[in-house]
Design a protein around this ligand. Structure first.
Ligand SMILES: CC(C)(COP(=O)(O)OP(=O)(O)OC[C@H]1O[C@@H](n2cnc3c(N)ncnc32)[C@H](O)[C@@H]1OP(=O)(O)O)[C@@H](O)C(=O)NCCC(=O)NCCS
Length: 176
């Protein structure tokens, strides 16, 4: 497989990335339009960066994240849930994984694992946090295997129909 993992100019390749996310995560056209605005804003945050996985020049997966700030919208939503479990210290000195998606045709080949370990290996922060839909899923299985533990469960984001779990792991992520 001619797989290349490397830096991705997400602002420039937003349509390709959102096509992958729409198929992998199940987004409709309206949600894609909303995500386009959000991603463009996120990429202006300090330290925000993205990696892409390409096969034959075609983008098949991507990850992006940034050093966390308690002022970011995501942090303000999860903070009370983490504080209730005395875990809100995880919001400081932490690299947030904001999105990770691999096209279904290319899943279960180690691409997601490589994307998240590579981007967190370049982080200066000693730990990483993220949120994932609070169900048993390939994503949650992957995160657990990398050392992420549950910091809060049943976290409700406005407008998201399903609750999320917030997870955190020390960096570097655990290797098999
Ligand atoms: C989560 C996702 C990015 C993983 O990408 P991937 O390239 O398929 O992942 P990898 O092949 O690197 O790793 C697969 C790992 O997932 C886990 N996994 C896969 N299927 C699983 C299942 N049915 N149940 C539990 N864990 C599972 C395993 O830990 C597996 O690791 P292994 O190498 O020990 O088998 C991909 O499944 C995806 O895009 N899902 C839809 C979008 C999504 O949910 N994104 C995350 C949002 S938080």
């Amino acid at each position: 497989m001619d797989l290349v993992i490397g830096p991705l100019d997400l602002a420039a390749r937003i349509d390709e990335a959102l096509t992958v996310q729409a198929v992998a995560f199940g987004l409709g056209p309206e949600e894609v339009a909303v995500r386009r605005q959000i991603v463009q804003r996120h990429m202006q945050y300090r330290g925000a960066r993205a990696l892409g996985a390409s096969v034959g020049g075609l983008l098949v997966g991507f990850v992006y994240g940034m050093p966390n700030s308690r002022t970011h919208w995501w942090s303000t939503v999860v903070e009370p849930y983490l504080r209730a479990r005395d875990n809100d210290g995880w919001l400081d000195d932490s690299f947030v994984i904001t999105e990770l998606h691999v096209h279904p045709d290319h899943q279960n080949r180690g691409i997601g694992r490589r994307l998240i370990t590579t981007i967190t290996d370049s982080a200066a922060e000693p730990r990483s946090i993220l949120s994932a839909i609070d169900i048993d899923s390939p994503a949650r299985g992957l995160y657990h295997s990398l050392g992420y533990v549950d910091l809060a469960r049943q976290v409700h984001f406005p407008s998201a129909p399903r609750p999320y779990a917030v997870m955190g792991a020390p960096l570097p992520l655990r290797r098999r």
